[in-house]
Ligand binder design. Structure first.
Ligand SMILES: [Fe+2]
Length: 465
């Protein structure tokens, strides 16, 4: 069924500002601006998310599914231009032509799907610009290349057939070497984990598999100058549960929780594992080396009830991601863990990416409004990782946002020289805005609020190109 035909949707993700949009826009000048767009801000702010067109039934929809759609604000000479477009993968286009859903997880009709020699790449999670290629990413699929600024489809990228597993949605560009480093994982059969390096020319230069006991949702990784860090945390894929009609993905503490440190270029059997306290971490913030220590910062929750029938009761914060630090001693094997914020939940923390893999000072995170991720993001927290201080920019009543991105100033020398950019939805005014904050003057709030010419639904990750 076509979602736009459902008169009164009962599913949260088809309501309010989660509801998908179907209209596309190209190069629309944004005429209403509160404040001033900096003249020197030049480039594109992009935000991707799941924007489904068809579903088998409302109940069958999972918020991680849904066709990828990219919303883009291109800045030039103090003006902003809006674009939004579906990520036109083969699967997306085939469903448009068929006029209904073809691939829908367990609800896929095998006879219908058998007519195609591909399955659907939903390419809806994150984006990266590397080696001249702009890629839409989703962790169960190959990267999908698009043009900028028009977002025309180019096709899947498998690095000359060398990718072992579907690629991560969160590879990191090493600013020192220009390499793109990411993990991949398989749910179905070993090897359940791989680590891949693509050089600055876009050639896959090294790939190795890493043995882990069970398939786990390994959503992100981290890098330092010399190490790639993989997270073997207990969100396991369990086919026995699936056979019982339960969610295949499940938090199972018996899996243990560990971080693996793999020296760049070494084979997976050289990986050094460090056990940590049970937790989940969708997203790391950054990692770096300090003497014998490797330091990893991330947004960590005590558990993840994603596959549970029962969700946390009101006031139960065990699912709430909060800023956290793990330190691993390469010489002694010692692990030191500490919470960096015990009050506020946050996710989607981004940094000035010139500092990826290096000791850094500032991060900019989406502030979580309540005790779980479902409560949405009601502001941005700027963390000073050196002093432990933080400053908050709350969006205001009735306003929620998403992942902020850091856009460096063209002539910037310092880590704070740049702008924090993100989308905000104002339900009272019934409009979407793109806000720009000077990172070095964060507490002053936005220098510009650009009223979007169309509704921008909530989504996943952002990129600056
Ligand atoms: Fe993510």
């Amino acid at each position: 069924m076509r979602i736009s035909d459902i008169e009164k949707p009962s599913v949260h993700y088809f309501q309010g500002n989660f509801a998908p949009v179907q209209e596309e826009h190209s190069n629309v000048l944004c005429t209403e601006v509160i404040g001033t767009i900096p003249d020197s801000l030049k480039g594109s702010f992009l935000r991707i998310g799941a924007n489904p067109v068809f579903v088998s039934s409302e109940d069958a929809y999972h918020p991680f599914q849904g066709d990828g759609m990219i919303h883009q604000v291109r800045f030039e000479d103090g003006k902003a231009f809006y674009y939004n477009r579906f990520v036109e993968t083969e699967g997306h286009l085939a469903e448009q032509e068929h006029g209904d859903v073809i691939w829908d997880g367990l609800n896929t009709n095998p006879e219908l799907a058998a007519k195609y020699d591909f399955s659907k790449n939903i390419a809806n999670t994150h984006m990266v610009f590397h080696a001249g290629m702009f890629l839409a990413l989703q962790e169960a699929a190959y990267p999908f290349q698009l043009t900028l600024p028009n977002l025309d489809p180019v096709g899947e990228v498998d690095y000359s057939g060398k990718l072992v597993n579907p690629y991560s949605a969160h590879p990191k560009i090493d600013p020192r070497t220009g390499e793109l480093i990411g993990n991949g994982y398989s749910v179905v059969q070993p090897p359940y984990c791989s680590v891949t390096v693509v050089d600055k020319e876009g050639q896959l230069s090294h790939t190795t598999t890493v043995d882990i006991p069970r398939p786990v949702m390994m959503h992100d990784c981290a890098i330092t100058e010399n190490y790639t860090i993989v997270l073997d945390l207990p969100c396991v894929f369990d086919f026995e549960r699936m056979a019982q009609g339960k969610s295949m993905l499940h938090f199972d503490e018996s899996n243990g929780a560990r971080f693996g440190l793999l020296k760049r270029g070494e084979n997976g059997d050289q990986i050094k594992w460090f056990d940590v306290a049970t937790c989940y971490c969708y997203h790391t913030v950054n990692a770096y080396e300090e003497g014998d220590w490797v330091v990893v910062d991330g947004c960590r929750s005590e558990r993840n009830s994603i596959g549970d029938e029962e969700k946390p009761a009101p006031g139960d914060r065990s699912d709430l991601p909060m800023l956290y630090q793990w330190r691993f001693n390469l010489d002694t094997g010692k692990v030191v863990e500490k919470a960096l914020d015990k009050e506020w939940g946050c996710e989607f923390a981004r940094i000035n990416e010139t500092w990826i893999g290096a000791k850094y000072r500032y991060s900019y995170a989406a502030r979580i409004a309540g005790d779980t991720l479902e409560s949405g993001f009601d502001g941005i927290i700027k963390y000073d990782m050196e002093t432990g201080d933080s400053s908050h920019y709350p969006y205001g009543e009735g306003r929620l946002g998403g992942e902020p991105i850091f856009a460096p100033k063209p002539d910037g020398q310092n880590e704070e020289d740049g702008w924090v950019i993100g989308f905000v939805r104002d339900e009272k005014l019934g409009r979407s805005e793109c806000i720009i904050i000077d990172a070095a003057d964060f507490e002053a709030g936005p220098v510009a609020r650009i009223v979007m010419p169309a509704r921008v639904p909530f989504g996943f990750h952002s990129a600056w190109v």
